[in-house]
Ligand binder design. Structure first.
Ligand SMILES: NC(=O)c1ccc[n+]([C@@H]2O[C@H](COP(=O)([O-])OP(=O)(O)OC[C@H]3O[C@@H](n4cnc5c(N)ncnc54)[C@H](OP(=O)(O)O)[C@@H]3O)[C@@H](O)[C@H]2O)c1
Length: 331
């Protein structure tokens, strides 16, 4: 079975779950059975045709996940039956029960011994969180970062990885029906301060954070007004990194922040990091994250939903304000 789309559009309209004949495996190919695959915003943007990279049509949805090798092509030599693998490139199509893939498109991760649903979900969001906290500022214990979209999976990972390094976090989320519960969850993960986006222009907000050092780093998942407000909080020479645009609004930067605060504005795309780094670097990144998982310093809030109920899983993934866990398809 595959979740396939033949044209770009609204994911609930264009994705159809259908049976597919796998066909013969190529000499350098492997047959895999999918184990787990998350539904991420980038996957939905690919289906809509609005992402930076859109797979040729018809396409199978999903980029992240893990699979198990169940058969080998006659010349496949790098993998063996039973290996757990993940796809190297975006857009390979992980929302399917089985696939014939080239072994060169896969990285073996059998040796990383954490829960499989976790292993399937580390490469996009927690990996981005780790890079955001590592590559853009020289953060030390006691430093502060600020982020919006703090309830996203990236945001939750940022909170925890920061806390593990002694870095304090100011977290901005949208107001929603279960707001107090979400605040409690994020504080339980190690958030220092959690506020709603309609509170950050309020004088009381400045009071709430006045005892903290000014943030060195602002992480932008959303765009629009909250981003402008985060910039106003940054310390001299601070850095804004944009990695998401959930509100679809542009980033507006106060001129004075450039002139008087020497603001640095950067962008980050995890796929580009993977393209520029080796498989060994990728495995080192996964091992660093899995060590945090094993030390109980990184918890992934996942909601498993069976692939045979794909429509429900997709609806739940799309309606983020009805959930605060990442939807992961189980096969
Ligand atoms: N650049 C990269 O390499 C990279 C890597 C990973 C992820 N990302 C991006 O990071 C973002 C988060 O991804 P994720 O998988 O962590 O998300 P997620 O767990 O699926 O959660 C989505 C988040 O977006 C928020 N959101 C949705 N619509 C919004 C709007 N109109 N205004 C403000 N917030 C809104 C939701 O807030 P509520 O809880 O209030 O609904 C929720 O916190 C996405 O834009 C994704 O594409 C980028």
């Amino acid at each position: 079975m595959v979740a396939r789309y033949t044209k770009n559009g609204n994911p609930t309209d264009v994705i159809k779950v259908q049976t597919e004949d796998l066909g013969p495996v190529s000499p350098t190919g492997v047959v895999v059975k999918m184990l787990y695959a998350p539904i991420n915003p980038a996957d939905l943007n690919m289906v809509s045709g609005t992402y930076n990279f859109n797979p040729p049509l018809p396409a199978v949805g999903g980029s992240e996940g893990i699979a198990q090798v169940i058969a080998l092509g006659s010349q496949a030599s790098k993998l063996k039956v039973g290996d757990v693998v993940l796809p190297v490139h975006q857009g390979l199509g992980t929302w399917r029960t089985h696939a014939n893939w080239e072994e060169g498109d896969l990285v073996p991760v059998t040796s990383i011994d954490i829960k499989h649903e976790y292993l399937a979900s580390l490469s996009v969001n927690p990996a981005t969180a780790l890079r955001l906290l590592t590559d853009f500022a020289n953060l030390k214990s006691g430093d502060v970062i600020v982020q919006n979209g703090a309830n996203s999976m990236v945001g939750q990972s940022v909170i925890q990885i920061a806390a593990a390094k002694g870095i304090k976090s100011i977290n901005i989320i949208r107001r929603r029906a279960d707001f107090d519960q979400v605040v409690g969850t994020l504080k339980g993960l190690g958030a220092t301060v959690v506020v709603a986006d309609d509170f950050i222009r309020n004088g009381e907000f400045r009071n709430l954070i006045k005892s903290l050092p000014q943030p060195k780093l602002a992480l932008n998942c959303v765009g629009g007004e909250t981003t402008t407000e985060m910039i106003r909080l940054l310390a001299q020479g601070g850095t804004l990194v944009t990695y998401g645009g959930m509100s679809l609004k542009p980033v507006v930067i106060p001129t004075r922040s450039f002139i008087f605060n020497d603001l640095q504005c950067r962008g980050f795309w995890m796929s580009q990091w993977y393209e520029k780094h080796s498989v060994e670097d990728r495995l080192a990144l996964l091992k660093e994250l899995s060590a945090l998982v094993k030390a109980n310093k990184l918890q992934l809030r996942l909601e498993q939903m069976p692939f045979n109920n794909f429509e429900n899983a997709l609806n739940r993934a799309i309606n983020s304000s009805q959930r605060d866990k990442k939807i992961v398809l189980s096969f």
